[in-house]
Every structure is written in C-alpha cells, then in structure tokens.
Design a protein around this ligand. Structure first.
Ligand code: 13P
Ligand code: SF4
Length: 334
C-alpha cells in the first residue's frame, strides 16, 4: 500500500492513453491534470490534509493521494493518520469509516453522491428485525457486516469484515451461526470455506454482478497460461473460474510477486490502472466493469473539497461509537 511515485504528464499519457476517455489523457488533457495536481498539493499543505484513495479511483487521483489502498487499509489509515483533515477519494461508506475511526477529524468526500449498491441494499432497521427473528432459532447468532455498509448498519453489527479478512473474521467469531450482510456473493464464498452456518443478506455489487463466467472461459481458451484473479464480490460461477480470489490490494500483491506475466483482472476497471502503475512489466487483461460511484470522484472535486471544505461527513456521537466497536473488533480479529 503506497502512493505511486509522481509522474510527469507525458508519462501519464503513455500509461493511460489506452483508457476509454482518450481526450482526457491526451497531451493537453495531461497538462491540465498536472496543473490540478500541483494546486491540490498546495491546498493539502495549507489545510493540514491527507488524501486517502481507494484502488478503484481514476489514475490521476493516484497522483494526489498520499496513500492508495483497499478497504481494510483505508479503515486502518482512517484511525492512524496524523493530519486534522482527511479527504477520502472513494465511496461514501469509506469516508464514513474514516470518520468513525477518527471522529475528532474533519473528513471530506469530494462528492457525497458516491454511494455503493451494497451499502444501499441494507437498512439498519431491517437488519435488526431480521437478526431478532433469527435469534429465535439461533440464540448465539452474530451479525457480521461487510464494511460496504452505512454507519447505522455498522452500529448494529457485531463485527465488520472486508474482502481481505471475511473468512478470518467468520472463523474467529465465537458463534456458529452468522447473519452475513449485505453481500450474498461474498457470503457464499465464505460459506464454501467455513464450517459455520452462514445466513446471507440478499445484496450484491451491481458492478461485479454483471461479470459472467463465459467471458473468463473465452480468455482462458485463448491464453491457457493466464492467471485469473477474481474479487470475492463476483458470482459463485465466476469465482469457480479463478486461480486466486483476492481483495483489490491482494490482487496487486499477487500480481507483483507471481512468476506469471499475464493476468485477467476480474473486478472494477480502475484496479487494472493501478496494476499498470505498480507492475509495469506485466500485462493485465480486463474482464472488468466501471463503478459509476467510484468514478464520481474527480481531481476538480478533490480540489473543491479542500477549497470549500465539502462534502463533510457528519455522524452522531452515538452512531460513531457503536459503529467503531464493530470495526475495532474486526481489526482485533484480523
Ligand atoms: P476491497 O476491500 O477489496 O478494496 O473492495 C472494496 C470494494 O468496494 C470492492 O468493490
Ligand atoms: Fe460498491 Fe460495487 Fe462500487 Fe465497490 S464496485 S463501491 S461494492 S458498487
């Protein structure tokens, strides 16, 4: 987990001219990017701010980020950074998690509309109702929630998890019966690797849900040597085709340390951009989809977040405290 080293506009152009928005990464587009990157650097100093970015962000966001990471790494950083302002370039639940971990800090997200279909699929009151029904049958039932949930859901959760530690959290928890919320695909992946009884919430990530196993098989047929790396938010029939099932940062570590030189990256497309930066000598093929929420975060929005102090994450002290307990238990268990 690190911020990529700074590149000049020409280098950025070389890396990203293959993306879907060629005009944005044209030489003149990259000159604009360079100006914004410098302005954001100055504002960060003035505001005593740090920028934390998720691995799915646009490549130019990596240029202004102090650290780029997966959900677990961002949750830990939200607790540990020293600056008084955190700008979270990711989706809303990630910014909420930073606020939960550091309620005394100012936490900004460049666009508060950057949601997540998983977080939207689970309402805290519905979760409490389902948990209480299930406890009539399984008195020891515990709620494990993926971090892709609102602060209100985290506040009624026993232990949170992320894609990199879900199995470890489930196996470490002192209950045999677990209501796993909200991703039914991640729940199915965990259920197939544990002896515990996993009862899944019925949510999914609209991005990963669209990926089909046929697409992977076609690539494997043409390139039998390729390593297929899959995010556990994918459907079970997609996971069945994987050489490795990994979180976003897990995929980066795997690709860097693998003897193979070509990979089919089965997750949101931004991860392929990050992989191109982190392992420039290897080849990455995309079986990916764009997350419209992640792509709402732009350099202009990040500059405006610092200039105008928006959009600020505000959470009540009670919700923050209850939600923090579920994240801290996750950090203890993993
Ligand atoms: P990671 O924790 O693997 O980064 O996943 C976050 C996410 O939202 C995947 O869609
Ligand atoms: Fe949510 Fe899916 Fe986007 Fe990740 S990729 S932020 S799970 S909608």
């Amino acid at each position: 987990m690190s911020a990529p080293s700074s590149r000049d506009a020409a280098e950025l152009y070389e890396h990203f001219k293959v993306l879907d928005q060629p005009e944005m990464y044209s030489e003149s587009g990259c000159a604009d990017i360079e100006g914004l990157v410098a302005e954001i650097g100055r504002l960060k100093e003035e505001c005593d701010a740090t920028i934390l970015a998720h691995n799915y962000q646009r490549p130019e966001i990596f240029e202004v980020a102090d650290v780029v990471g997966d959900s677990l790494e961002l949750a830990k950083l939200g607790r540990d950074v020293s600056q008084s302002t955190i700008v979270l370039c990711g989706v809303h639940f990630m910014a909420e998690t930073a606020k939960i971990m550091s309620p005394e800090k100012r936490v900004l997200i460049p666009d508060a509309r950057a949601g997540c279909s998983l977080a939207e699929s689970c309402d805290a009151d519905d979760l409490v109702e389902r948990r209480d029904e299930l406890r009539q049958i399984y008195p020891d039932l515990k709620v494990v929630s993926y971090v892709n949930t609102t602060a209100a859901v985290k506040a009624v959760t026993d232990v949170c998890c992320t894609s990199s530690n879900a199995l470890k959290v489930v196996d470490s928890i002192d209950s045999n019966n677990i209501l796993f919320c909200p991703d039914r695909n991640l729940a199915a992946y965990v259920a197939s690797n544990t002896d515990k009884n996993i009862i899944a919430w019925d949510g999914d990530c609209y991005v990963h849900q669209q990926i089909r196993p046929e697409e992977l098989r076609k690539v494997r047929a043409i390139r039998p040597d390729i390593k297929i790396i899959v995010h556990p938010e994918c459907r079970t029939d997609v996971i069945d085709e994987a050489d490795a099932v990994l979180s976003t940062s897990g995929m980066i570590n795997y690709a860097k340390s693998s003897d193979s030189d070509s990979f089919l990256v089965v997750t949101e497309c931004g991860l392929s951009d990050r992989l191109m930066l982190e392992a420039p000598d290897k080849r990455f093929y995309k079986a990916c989809q764009l997350c419209k929420y992640m792509k709402m975060i732009t350099l202009e929005g990040t500059r405006d977040a610092l200039l105008h102090g928006r959009d600020e994450i505000i959470l009540s002290a009670e919700v923050c405290e209850a939600a923090r307990g579920s994240i801290e238990r996750m950090l203890e268990l993993s």
